[in-house]
Design a protein around this ligand. Structure first.
Ligand code: UDX
Ligand code: ADP
Length: 463
């Protein structure tokens, strides 16, 4: 089966960049990205490509090249579903905030709504591709909805998990380590898999395209994220020990990273991992393990999250302790709010939790992030429901300019590893701060010797 039209439901961090690359690499395929959110679609269609809703290095250029040629953004969901032979589901699957599995299981209501919509609209056979991270055996639920509510139309369900990391999405999509496609072992299933393999084969070597059954593919995604997050929690656990013993976690990471069995990546100690995937996927894994009665397996993975929460709390505790046990009415400047550099995404960012802790101690937080607005910062805090929106607004001072954010502050905390922070005029920042001037480097990006020479009291994670 040759694919000529693709529809992607969900124009977010996964759907947007993924479809932009497919459109760029497959000019013969018409790619339509749809979303219920009119504002988001309008932003994707903005005449100035710099205003697209998602910031990723290199993305706006690709959108500029393909948009209007074979890449379209629209709110006409039904029409795009009807026309396409292949439909990607890239809607959000947040952790449930209610009912059974609250705080752990993935909320599949958006997925189910999509499946019902596809079933209602489709008049011809379709291949449905799960792109969002989904718990094992979700495909079964989608299949059952499609097969029982459709009008005789035949659906094939594939799982094609996304391994792109935000901030490097374009490079990850252009040069993936592997593409994973799970499908039915039946002849029709294999045909559907082949149709998707043919799409990727436009720019990915076929030996990098792995095909598996649906369940292996779904579980592989959760496993990959659980392993990566576990490494960060492991090195973060060591960072605390390093601080107590005089070892330096960066040196330890370098030493163990040169062991080829361990490798150098994902060993950067930090204030804690964030992002839309790690926490959610591990909680999901824990929930699945529990639901099969595997308590030890569940506890094992849950510890990765417990360690991560501890690391965030430890960072805010250190700030309070070091500032003579009180931050009440003190201005603390946050450099960075995004969960990592090169993205405007703030989901589960450590900054949110550290700020929340410090506001509980009556601190005033001045935030500067090159890609995050005050509105977003406040929305993130309001979402925690620790206090009223009014109270949050009073506690957050935000500035367009990092030097203003740091001016008169008692301490600067680095929450995101943006490159530009390293290049700042730290002497100028020092001169404008309250003394003693403290820097808490939650990302280990600044040079201790340089800052101490200026006069800062400098504390990094893990040394
Ligand atoms: C992750 C996976 O990497 C990706 O494959 C998956 O598809 C989605 O989830 P992402 O969340 O975008 O991607 O970012 P990632 O680079 O994995 O970073 C996650 C968090 O861990 C960030 O907060 C980052 O700052 C932190 N991190 C990462 C560390 O603290 N130390 C490290 O060594 C690496
Ligand atoms: P991700 O990081 O997984 O891409 P996002 O939250 O950035 O998650 O994007 C998911 C998008 O899916 C949102 O823009 C949301 O409006 C959209 N969405 C959710 N449900 C539907 C639906 N039934 N139809 C169309 N779009 C949907």
């Amino acid at each position: 089966m040759k694919i000529t039209k693709i529809c992607c439901i969900g124009a977010g961090y996964v759907g947007g960049p993924t479809m932009a690359i497919i459109a760029q690499k497959c000019p013969q395929i018409q790619v339509t990205v749809v979303d219920l959110n009119e504002e988001r679609i309008a932003a994707w269609n903005d005449a100035d490509v710099n205003n697209i809703p998602i910031y990723e290095p290199g993305l706006s250029e690709i959108v500029k090249e393909a948009r209007g040629r074979n890449l379209f953004f629209s709110t006409a969901v039904d029409q795009a579903i009807d026309e396409a032979e292949m439909i990607f589901i890239s809607v959000n699957t947040p952790t449930k905030t209610y009912g059974k599995g609250k705080g752990m299981a993935a909320d599949l209501k958006y997925i189910e709504l999509c499946a019902r919509q596809i079933a209602r609209v489709s008049k011809s056979n379709k291949i449905v591709v799960e792109k969002s991270t989904l718990p094992v055996r979700t495909a079964e639920a989608i299949k059952s909805i499609l097969d029982n509510t459709g009008n005789g139309v035949k659906f094939q369900i594939l799982s094609n998990p996304e391994f792109l990391a935000e901030g490097t999405a374009v490079q990850d999509l252009l040069h993936p380590d592997r593409i994973l496609i799970g499908g039915d072992t039946t002849a029709e299933g294999q045909k559907a898999i082949q149709a998707l393999v043919d799409v990727y084969a436009n720019w990915v070597a076929v030996d990098k395209i792995l095909t598996t059954n649906v369940w292996s593919s779904e579980l592989s995604k959760l496993t990959a994220n659980a392993f990566l997050a576990q490494r960060i929690s492991s090195i973060n656990a060591m960072s605390e020990l390093c601080e107590k013993t005089g070892a330096d976690v960066n040196e330890v990471a370098r030493a163990i990273g040169m062991d080829s069995r361990i490798g150098p990546k994902f060993l950067k100690a930090s204030v804690g991992f964030g992002g839309s995937c790690f926490q959610k996927d591990i909680l999901n894994l824990v929930y699945i393990a529990k639901s099969y009665g595997l308590q030890e397996v569940a506890d094992y993975w849950e510890q990765v999250i417990i360690m991560n929460d501890h690391q965030k709390r430890r960072f805010s505790d250190t700030i309070v302790k070091t500032l003579y046990n009180t931050v009440s009415d003190k201005k603390i400047a946050f450099l960075g709010w995004a969960f990592k550099k090169d993205t405007n995404d703030t989901r589960e960012s450590a900054a949110i939790y550290v700020a929340d802790d410090l506001i509980n101690e009556n601190a005033k937080i001045a935030v500067y992030d090159p890609k995050v607005s005050r509105k977003k910062v406040l929305a993130d805090l309001d979402y925690l429901q620790t206090r009223t929106a009014d109270e949050n607004a009073k506690s957050i001072l935000s500035f367009e300019n990092p030097y203003e954010a740091c001016s008169n502050a008692h301490a600067v905390a680095i929450l995101t590893e943006w490159d530009e922070f390293v290049a700042y005029d730290w002497q100028k920042i020092y001169d404008a701060m309250q003394k003693p001037a403290f820097v808490f480097d939650g990302r280990n990006i600044l040079d201790k010797a340089v800052l101490e020479k200026i006069g800062f009291v400098y504390q990094a994670i893990g040394s």
